[in-house]
Design a protein around this ligand. Sequence first.
Ligand code: HEM
Length: 231
Amino acid sequence: MSGILPYQTYKGVKKGMMQKKGWWILVIVSVGVMIPFMIPYLTLNPANSRVDITSTTQYSILVTHIGCALIALITGFLQFMDRIRLKNPKVHRYVGRIYVVSVFISGILALAVVFYIENFTKATAFLTLAILWLFTCWKGYRTAVKGHFNAHRIWMMRSFGITLVAVSARVLVPVLLITYYTFNGFMLPEGRDKMIEEVLNVNIWAGLVLNFVIVEWIIINKKNRVGKSAN
Ligand code: HEM
């Protein structure tokens, strides 16, 4: 029998490998999508901004938001890596603090950036996102401080799910463009620019709903698995 894995163990190992592969694809897609979006802001030249800039204050707030959001994205990924979390709890706690501080700074600045957005649908999407980002991260932090590690894991999954809306909202743009085109009977009655404008006004809402469903689905699935193995 030695050398032959029982079927359930084999299935478990295979699932674990698939999950790891999926995780790395998510890391690569997220970094690959976000870096090109950030490069214009790393030049610190307002002329390179895609967002309309009306004052130095607005530009400083936007650039600081983006810088801290990038730190939150990178540290967030590190926090979910088993190698760090399980084998180096000290590093996990240290990087966790960096994640929380960067989310708070970036999230509070995002609340300010929202006031510069003219479109109501887009502004409310970013406002909701910022509030949920701050709230879930705060809950994740507080539960860790209190030693409620199960709740901490769940709230941090929610928090990072919100962080990743920055990615999914951008990945969803082509899907939304096709949806718009289809809804308009495969025509562009108000032109190409109007289509892009409409899509960029709703993509944050779409990313928020998508990530919310995925994260809650993962949380429920995990709970069910733990429940089953306890029975
Ligand atoms: C999750 C909570 C977040 C909120 C509430 C938020 C909010 C905002 C807002 C309000 C803007 C201005 C948009 C406009 O005026 O059109 C913006 C722009 C931007 N944010 Fe965030 N953001 C979040 C997360 C992130 C993350 C995690 C990243 C990157 C890792 C990021 C990177 C950027 C970039 C690159 C821009 C400039 C967009 C462009 O050039 O089109 N944000 N954000």
